[in-house]
Design a protein. Structure first.
Length: 95
């Protein structure tokens, strides 16, 4: 997570070499992987959730979370791939 750069960085698991940097929405705070290889990124200052392709980093979807919701964290249920986010601005947990 690079909140100051509005990006996420892909590192090699063993060497920690930086493989690529992927632009996302403003102020990314948390990310989670689902079982289909997608990467979910909460973008706090853009009030949205970005879905990235885990293989190439391509943006697959931008999901608005509502003005002022200020999403902060994301988790994915391993049972059914449902995505859950916590929103600081609204004080909610959303599916």
């Amino acid at each position: 997570m690079n909140p100051d750069q509005n990006s996420v960085t892909v590192l090699h698991a063993d060497s920690l070499e930086r493989l690529r940097e992927i632009p996302v929405g403003r102020d990314p705070r948390s990310l989670a992987f689902d079982t289909r290889g997608r990467v979910w990124v909460v973008c706090h200052d853009d009030d949205r959730l970005d879905a990235l392709d885990g293989d190439d980093g391509r943006l697959m979807a931008r999901i608005p979370t509502g003005y002022g919701s200020a999403p902060f964290a994301v988790v994915v249920s391993p049972a059914d791939d449902s995505v859950w986010i916590s929103c600081m601005g609204s004080g909610e947990v959303r599916r």
